[in-house]
Ligand binder design. Structure first.
Ligand SMILES: [Zn+2]
Ligand SMILES: [Zn+2]
Ligand SMILES: [Zn+2]
Length: 328
């Protein structure tokens, strides 16, 4: 595997001829506490109520990125390439095979969120990494990899394209108005009340004004904070409202579809000394962490056009009404 940069859009892609053999289907789940299959455990949070553990991070069994080595970025004529150096971890959300984020206790979801914060904090100490991504693909049509309740983490030597757009847009907006665009969006949404799904303590869930897919939902802290891991690791007890809101939002979305993508967007690694990326002084003021949930509606086959221009056959105002009515 190697990373190549598209010289036109300036986005990195990971590519290589996949020669890995498909792993034979095994009866037993490798992530359940009773499994005898070897795992490279990176971090474990202690169990609740006598459980073996509550959440843990392990090395992905078929990692796309490898932790050792130097990315050795190099040119190839006008092209840029680098080695796929990074981290690729599986985050086990719960020791129970059926302990999903929408049916686990708030305490269990909170432990998982705490693990996420600790892993991001730890990987950001490595100056080679520019960004740590957390994502979850749930359901067959969303590209789910494991039956066990899991999310994934990647630490990369580049900032993913969508985050880069957000960072640049946040900086430009701040440059003009000296305000955070996410704070302004949330203030307007709370004032208008048209697309707010639920507010719980310092957290809000809402359907964005211009959704990419039907029922797209974001969760944000209502107080400004650029870095999720700062919220998650320092303010003790602060994650319980977020855990409850995440659980309830996923319950609502699951009344519409069983498949979704979830992604956490937090600030990039400011330890990385990069002149070219130009980490700016206002990053802490102009970026605002959030969770994006993108439901996958199976009936809606995608034509190519919809990958170039998003098409959502349902407005967020209608979507939020249906999600609000869902029984949780
Ligand atoms: Zn399992
Ligand atoms: Zn903000
Ligand atoms: Zn985002």
């Amino acid at each position: 595997m190697e990373l190549r940069k598209d010289p036109i859009t300036r986005s990195w892609v990971i590519t290589g001829d996949d020669v890995s053999e498909s792993t034979p289907a095994t009866e037993a789940c490798r992530f359940c506490p009773a499994s005898s299959l070897p795992l490279q455990v990176i971090a474990t949070l202690p169990g609740l109520d006598g459980g073996p553990w509550s959440a843990r991070a392990v090395v992905h069994p078929q990692p796309l990125y490898h932790i050792e080595g130097d990315p050795s970025r190099r040119g190839d004529g006008l092209y840029d390439r680098m080695g796929s150096v990074g981290a690729h971890e599986v985050l086990l959300e719960n020791p129970r095979h059926d302990g999903h984020l929408w049916n686990a206790s708030d305490g269990e979801v909170e432990q998982f969120l705490r693990l996420v914060a600790l892993r991001i904090q730890d990987l950001k100490r490595d100056p080679r990494f520019k960004y740590v991504s957390i994502f979850k693909n749930h359901g067959q049509s969303a590209g789910e990899e494991f039956d066990h309740p899991t999310s994934e983490l990647t630490a990369t030597t580049f900032v993913p394209r969508r985050v880069l757009y957000e960072l640049r847009a946040g900086r430009d907006y701040f440059g003009n108005k000296e305000r955070c665009v996410f704070c302004d969006i949330l203030a307007q949404e709370e004032r208008q009340g048209l697309r707010i799904l639920e507010i719980r303590g310092d957290y809000a869930a809402f359907c964005p004004y211009a959704p990419r897919v039907p029922y797209e939902t974001w969760i944000l802290p209502r107080s400004h904070e650029a870095s999720f891991e700062r919220t998650g690791a320092s303010r003790v007890g602060n994650l319980s409202d977020l855990a409850a809101l995440l659980r309830r939002t996923l319950q609502r979305i699951r009344t519409i579809t069983g498949s979704f993508h979830l992604v956490l967007h937090t600030s990039p690694n400011s330890q990385h000394q990069s002149g070219s990326l130009g980490y700016w002084k206002t990053l802490d003021d102009d970026y605002h962490w959030h969770i994006e949930i993108l439901p996958v509606l199976e009936a809606k086959a995608k034509s190519y056009t919809f990958k170039e221009v998003y098409y959502s056959p349902l407005t967020s105002e209608t979507a939020v009404k249906r999600l609000r009515e869902a029984k949780v």
